[in-house]
Design a binder for this molecule. Structure first.
Ligand SMILES: CC(C)(COP(=O)(O)OP(=O)(O)OC[C@H]1O[C@@H](n2cnc3c(N)ncnc32)[C@H](O)[C@@H]1OP(=O)(O)O)[C@@H](O)C(=O)NCCC(=O)NCCS
Length: 402
């Protein structure tokens, strides 16, 4: 491994770091106009650069967010993004150093968890990251699809123009709140960098908003693409769909499937427990296109993270957690529906912090983790009990990219 110098960048280096990460993802540098939107994503003190021989060769940064937990509380989450290493300097340990420093920075800044949306799945497990939420991508053909009349409805769906969406979407998303475990807070700078430029450039996708008896309660963002030679073949691709109540979810699905001249409806990210098949007259009219890892989590402060979520009914559990990179997390914890505390009792189960990240929001059961050799069972009675404690009513889902 080479000697890499990793340090917090000053604001004058933020654009270079941003462009470096873009280049690593095969994107061109930003224009001045694009940078005017993206610059706020780089908060002072949260952008790291890696230097070799004085030159910037790698970068990553953290965005402030909050993660919704089972029970409805939220914890501070560092959303890690803008990660890349210059193509001529890879595989010599630059990112390894950046990840170590990033974790230390997140801990120092008081974040309970670090989240990321990963483009390479193989490089995170060894640093204690695990898949925290899953999402499902589905495909439907509206001409062969009818919704069952019993699916909850009652609200209205209206299209919102781009300019109005700049104010409306952030307020509506915030209003939905931590409606499911895994949902994350989107900061004003997130909206400014991710949504506003599309609208201002006239490339904004279509925004449909659902209103129920208490006002706006869900939205879906989609674009349409013509495919093939026949002008009539239109694919509707929904990229951002959030709604909390069954009425809003049903209303937005009904709307998507009713848009004229659409041959195919694809929805990229939906919760895994959303039974679209069951909403239809023909169960098989909804095809699962992919089951994807959604939000990856790295528990930065295990006691704080475990202590903030609610637990199901179950006997107290004594679990040992090991964390190679943040040893303060290693220890034995007593977990019950009354809370979490360190204990000197003998552990019933033992697992690494990456496996705990998979169980944290209820996405993977302890029984499943044991089945894939991701945890050590000391007392087999503890497994079903741990599943009762950590299990959740709604599947965790993030549905936000960053
Ligand atoms: C992914 C990336 C950041 C890795 O940077 P790097 O400096 O080469 O990583 P390191 O040298 O620290 O590698 C650490 C380990 O991960 C492995 N690894 C790194 N990148 C990998 C990849 N893309 N696929 C598989 N393994 C990879 C290395 O082989 C090394 O393993 P080892 O310790 O067993 O030898 C860099 O290749 C990059 O910028 N890629 C394009 C952008 C990207 O994918 N960013 C990540 C966003 S999630």
């Amino acid at each position: 491994m080479v000697e890499v110098d990793v340090r917090i960048l000053t604001s004058s280096d933020h654009r270079a770091a941003h462009d470096l990460a873009r280049a690593a993802h095969h994107n061109p540098p930003v224009s001045d106009a694009e940078w005017a939107y993206a610059r706020d994503l780089h908060e002072s003190g949260l952008t790291l650069g890696a230097f070799l021989d004085g030159g910037l060769v790698g970068a990553t940064h953290l965005l402030r967010s909050r993660l919704a937990l089972p029970g409805g509380a939220t914890v501070p989450m560092a959303a890690a993004t803008g990660s890349g290493v210059r193509a001529d300097q890879t595989r010599r340990g630059v990112f390894t150093r950046l990840k170590r420093e990033r974790l230390a920075l997140a801990a120092e800044q008081g974040f309970a968890v670090l989240g990321n949306i990963v483009s390479e799945a193989t490089i995170y497990g060894r640093f204690g990251h695990g898949v925290g939420t899953l999402s499902r991508a589905v495909r439907l053909y509206p001409r062969e699809t009818r919704m069952r009349p019993e699916v909850p409805s009652g609200g209205d769906v209206r299209l919102v123009d781009g300019a109005s969406s700049i104010d409306l979407l952030p307020r509506l998303y915030e209003r939905l709140g931590p409606y499911r475990p895994g949902v994350i807070e989107r900061s004003a700078s997130w909206w400014r960098a991710r949504w506003e430029p599309l609208v201002r450039a006239g490339r904004g996708p279509v925004v449909a908003v659902h209103s129920g008896p208490d006002g706006d309660d869900g939205f879906v963002v989609y674009q349409t693409m013509r495919s093939g030679d026949s002008g009539a073949r239109v694919t509707l691709m929904a990229t951002d769909f959030h709604a909390a109540s069954p009425e809003a979810v049903g209303g937005l699905w009904r709307f998507l499937l009713g848009v004229d001249l659409v041959e195919e409806v694809c929805v990229r990210r939906r919760p895994t427990d959303e039974l679209v098949e069951g909403m239809l007259v023909d169960w098989r009219a909804c095809r699962t296109h992919a089951l994807n890892d959604d939000l990856w989590l790295r528990l930065v402060d295990v006691p704080k993270a475990l202590g903030a979520r609610a637990y199901g009914d179950g006997d107290p559990l004594v679990v040992e957690v090991t964390d190679e990179f943040l040893p303060a997390n290693s220890g034995t914890y007593h977990v019950s529906s009354d809370g979490v505390r360190p204990t000197s009792d003998h552990a019933q189960l033992s697992l690494g912090v990456e496996a705990l990240a998979m169980a944290y929001l209820g996405t993977t059961s302890f029984t499943t983790l044991a089945g894939i050799g991701a945890l050590r069972v000391i007392d087999s009675k503890a497994l079903p009990n741990a599943d009762r404690l950590f299990g959740t009513r709604a599947a965790a889902f993030c549905g936000t990219t960053f």
